[in-house]
Design a binder for this molecule. Structure first.
Ligand code: TYM
Length: 334
């Protein structure tokens, strides 16, 4: 076993808004499940993805520091995990260009996230929005990634990444590891609190729909109290009870309890008690993270040192794949 190569884990989060409990349960919280003793772990703040929709430059810069601080606050040690910023490693964009030439227009046209985002940003359907999944494929394939922990909404992008990798490998011989998505059974899709048929999204303009990782306790409890449910009174998972089902999922993520246990715990009690319990449980889970987050964020010099050191580590690994790809497609080197 000793000589066996460690598996590589890669994931990324866009610094495009204030992160939500959807990002937390669907992705961020799961990153720390991979022990750096067993895996080489890279977690990227994907700022280049973020500019596919208009960003305020000062805000984008600030959020980049914030997401990096959150990575650490969620238990990722920057000495043992490669925590870095996408734009600091040019190989992402370089590989993306090559992969653009191995990705079909029809494939990109079928991406549901492109269709959604085009609708939401009808005045700015730019080429970056369209080729977004290719940059994502480059992020992943650059590090010979085995495992990609993500929420359910990124599944289609992962399938495309696998198709691109297989296509390239078929033409040029083994070049890329074909990655596997890791999508957890519970928490991979947290829904909006206001419209529980919709995904909770960091860019939702309705603040009551979204619980932020950095919301304070009172705000969290208030938002859960206001969560849209139904006219029934029984805490039970059912297709026609999307609001309560979503709250049960969130409660299960925090407490580890199954549906049966949750139903028994709240039998005979109303939705009010249940919502309060969910709010309190989420607030208690997030409190220590918020505390650590504040400490990290207050030390900009430290964050910049981490960014620099880790982008060098990432760039070293990335260069190996990029030069292999350049050689295979026929680029000259001097
Ligand atoms: P982003 O920034 O939208 O979201 C970051 C992660 O959070 C997950 N997520 C959710 N999980 C459960 N419920 C929700 N409501 C919810 N909302 C978001 C996402 O699935 C994601 O895992 N394209 C990616 C970023 C990216 C990436 C990558 C990810 C770029 N390159 C390479 C993995 C590997 C995105 O927009 O995530």
């Amino acid at each position: 076993m000793e000589n066996e190569k460690k598996k590589n884990v890669f994931s990324g989060i866009q610094p495009s808004g204030n992160l939500t409990v959807g990002n937390y349960f669907g992705a961020l919280r799961n990153f720390s499940r991979y022990s750096p003793d067993e895996y080489t772990c890279l977690y990227c703040v994907v700022d280049q993805h973020a500019i596919t929709v208009r960003q305020d430059p000062a805000e984008l810069r600030r959020r980049t520091y914030e997401v990096l601080s959150l990575y650490m606050a969620c238990g990722l040690d920057p000495e043992q995990n490669i925590l870095y910023v996408q734009s600091h490693v040019p190989a992402h964009a370089q590989l993306a260009w090559v992969l653009d030439c191995y990705t079909m227009f029809g494939e990109l046209s079928r991406m549901t996230q492109f269709k959604d985002k085009s609708q939401k940003n009808a005045d700015n359907i730019n080429a970056g929005l369209f080729t977004y999944p290719v940059l994502m494929a480059a992020d992943i394939l650059l590090y010979q990634t085995d495992l990609v922990p993500i929420g359910d909404d990124q599944k289609q992008h992962l399938e495309l990444t696998r198709d691109i990798a297989n296509r390239f490998n078929t033409v040029y011989g083994p070049t890329f590891t074909v990655p596997e998505p890791v999508i957890r059974r519970t928490g991979a899709r947290i829904q909006s609190l206001a419209e529980p048929e919709k995904k909770m999204s960091k860019s939702d303009p309705n603040e009551n729909a979204v619980v932020r990782i950095l919301d304070d306790k009172d705000t969290i409890i208030r938002k859960f109290k206001r969560a849209v449910t139904d006219s029934d009174t029984v805490v039970r998972r059912a297709d026609d009870k999307p609001g309560i089902s979503n709250l049960m999922t969130i409660y299960s993520c925090v407490t580890g309890k199954g549906d049966g246990e949750i139903e028994a715990e709240f039998a005979g009690k109303g939705y009010g008690d249940f919502k309060l319990a969910v709010g309190e449980a989420v607030a208690a889970e997030l409190a220590p993270i918020q505390e650590r987050y504040k400490q990290y964020l207050s030390d900009k010099a430290y964050l910049e040192m981490i960014m620099k050191q880790n982008s060098e580590k990432a760039a070293y690994l990335a260069r190996k794949t990029l030069s292999k790809v350049y050689r295979k497609v026929g680029f000259t080197s001097v």
